[in-house]
Design a protein around this ligand. Structure first.
Ligand code: ADP
Ligand code: MG
Length: 227
């Protein structure tokens, strides 16, 4: 589903953020990506979203080389990838319903579909009673649930989460990770960047460690992955 073939990314400043990354993530996997600040994790996500182009190497999503994608096909490709960030990125002047609905409106979904789907998403993330609330009326954990609902409302096959629990207390962090696990069990491929070692140890998933732009380990339950 996601394949990186010897990917390098050097920024125009000369900083070399990724140095020959080879990676294969299968459909339906749940993968943690860990590594210290500046190791290249966010750069990797930006390459997958085609916000950046690799300096060299190839990236395939669903067997398609995304570097070769025509410009007019990029929006459709991005629609297949839901994203959540550490800082939630909700629109502060819109309520929860409108924040989620907007993601559907921009892809041309009908008002009827939106009226049906938004409540389903709110139920999925456990916020059925918060449709009318504004972001500043919600806890951090609740805001991240809204961001997750928004990321998933168009049913993308892939979800990327960049330090989704970075601003949350341990209880909320664990709840968001459990939710990501549920979403994965419903069939979405989930890739999570995190610093939360406790959660990573507890969840027993595949863990890819990046250091200075290089994958230094790729393990599940202490066993090295060799795919
Ligand atoms: P991480 O997400 O693991 O903290 P990043 O991918 O954000 O790491 O950054 C990797 C390296 O690339 C760092 O040295 C960072 O300073 C550098 N970097 C990130 N974004 C840019 C940019 N837009 N221009 C130049 N250098 C960048
Ligand atoms: Mg980062």
């Amino acid at each position: 589903m996601i394949v990186l073939d010897n990917v390098c990314k050097t920024y125009s400043t000369g900083v070399s953020a990724l140095n020959g990354v080879n990676l294969r993530i299968r459909k339906g996997e749940f993968v943690f990506i860990v590594g210290s600040s500046g190791s290249g994790k966010t750069t990797l996500f930006k390459l997958l979203l085609k916000e950046l182009e690799p300096t060299s190497g190839k990236i395939f999503i669903n067997s398609k080389n995304i570097s070769r994608l025509r410009r007019r096909k990029v929006p459709k490709m991005r629609r297949g990838i839901g994203v959540v960030f550490q800082d939630f990125r909700l629109l502060k002047d819109r309520n929860v319903f409108a924040n989620i609905a907007l993601a559907q409106r921009v892809v041309g979904k009908s008002a009827k579909t939106i009226r049906e789907t938004v409540p389903q998403m709110l139920a999925l993330v456990g916020l059925s009673d918060k449709a009318e609330a504004f972001p500043n009326e919600l806890s951090g954990g609740e805001q991240q649930r809204v961001a997750l609902a928004r990321a998933l409302v168009n049913n993308p096959p892939i979800l990327l989460a960049d330090e989704p629990t970075g601003n949350l207390d341990p209880t909320n962090a664990w709840e968001i990770m459990t939710l990501l696990d549920d979403i994965n069990k419903r069939g979405t491929t989930v890739v999570v960047v995190t610093h939360n070692k406790e959660i990573v140890d507890r969840m027993q998933k595949r863990v890819i460690t990046i250091d200075k732009g290089v994958i230094v380990s790729d393990e599940k339950g202490g066993v090295t992955n060799d795919w």
